[in-house]
Ligand binder design. Structure first.
Ligand code: CIZ
Ligand code: SF4
Length: 305
């Protein structure tokens, strides 16, 4: 009898007492084999809660695995594909941070988790798209520097009424930028009753088409609670697998069918198997960068959910 790849992964995972964490944007077969599927903050928390696990396969992109490594210095964190790097995280350099800090002395710097560890080490507090509004509200300041996603910065400014200065001025997610408002208008002609859910990494024009703007975890909650039967979804296509699994009676349509993050999709089941077998690629963050970045991540995790 042929042993499937999934069976081999289950067996190895047990032998090595490993856990597999998969982001909401991962391929369906990876989501199905994972111990937990979630957004970056949910997965970071899971990595910390799993006291027994010494080995964590983090099926996502570089900055998420880095954050897990920073928060779990005693665990070995593996990224199945070294190429799985978020281009948005590359958009904010330490030099740019230093330049903006000099221009705005005393203004707190909030960084989206979609940043490199070296950038996180320079900031006051991190945030995700699920808690960005709460993080900014928690700060005793009317003006904040925020990076690297400009669309999320504008969203948070609208929600909090504070002045949110984007750093760099132009940071973006190439996948979320693909969504265009006209696609929603076209789909609405065919599905007038559909509820529209859009990620805050989309442009503000795209966000204006939405009934609900939120992170992937917030979308999962909204889809469960909302009475609508059909949803038009404005985020990376991997989320559809989870939405459909959790709500088999509802219909989910991607607002633009080309919205696929090529970096997230570099993790395949084959690569995950090899990663677990050969214990690669180990993600490490050197101290003292890790120490500084840990403070910013822990400060975020202390904000009540
Ligand atoms: O924080 C995350 O996991 C990201 C990048 C997206 C989301 O909305 O979950
Ligand atoms: Fe980065 Fe966008 Fe891909 Fe998320 S979807 S990993 S922000 S490129």
């Amino acid at each position: 009898m042929q042993v499937t790849l999934a069976e081999k992964i289950y067996k190895l995972k047990k032998e090595k007492k490993a856990i597999i964490l998969a982001h909401n944007y991962q391929r369906p077969e990876i989501q199905d084999i994972a111990d937990y599927v979630g957004d970056s903050i949910e997965l970071s928390r899971k990595a910390m809660e799993e006291k027994e696990a010494k080995l964590i396969v983090f099926a996502a992109v570089d900055f998420m695995a880095e954050s897990a490594a920073i928060l779990n210095p005693k665990k070995k964190v593996l990224l199945p594909s070294l190429g799985a790097r978020c281009p948005m995280a590359q958009m904010l350099t330490v030099d740019e941070i230093k330049r903006m800090k000099a221009l705005y002395p005393g203004v707190p710097l909030v960084l989206y988790v979609n940043t490199l560890a070296s950038a996180k080490a320079q900031c006051d507090i991190c945030c995700t798209s699920a808690n960005a509004v709460r993080v900014i509200q928690s700060l005793n300041a009317d003006t904040v520097l925020f990076g690297p996603d400009r669309n999320l910065a504008e969203y948070v400014q609208r929600k909090t009424g504070k002045t949110v200065i984007p750093i760099p001025e132009w940071g973006f997610c190439p996948t979320h930028l693909l969504f265009q408002p006209e696609d929603v208008r076209i789909l609405k002609m065919e599905h007038p009753e559909a509820a529209v859910m859009v990620h805050p990494e989309c442009t503000s024009e795209m966000q204006k088409t939405a009934d609900f703007v939120g992170s992937t975890s917030q979308m999962c909650k909204f889809a469960k609670e909302c009475k609508a039967k059909t949803f038009i979804v404005g985020t990376e296509e991997g989320i559809l697998h989870r939405l459909r699994k959790d709500n088999p009676e509802k219909q989910f349509i991607l607002a633009y069918e080309g919205a696929i993050c090529p970096n997230m999709k570099l993790n395949t089941l084959d690569r995950l198997y090899v990663s677990l077998r050969e214990e690669k690629y180990v993600i490490t963050v050197p101290e003292p960068v890790a120490r500084q970045a840990r403070k910013a991540l822990e400060r975020m995790l202390d904000i009540p959910r």
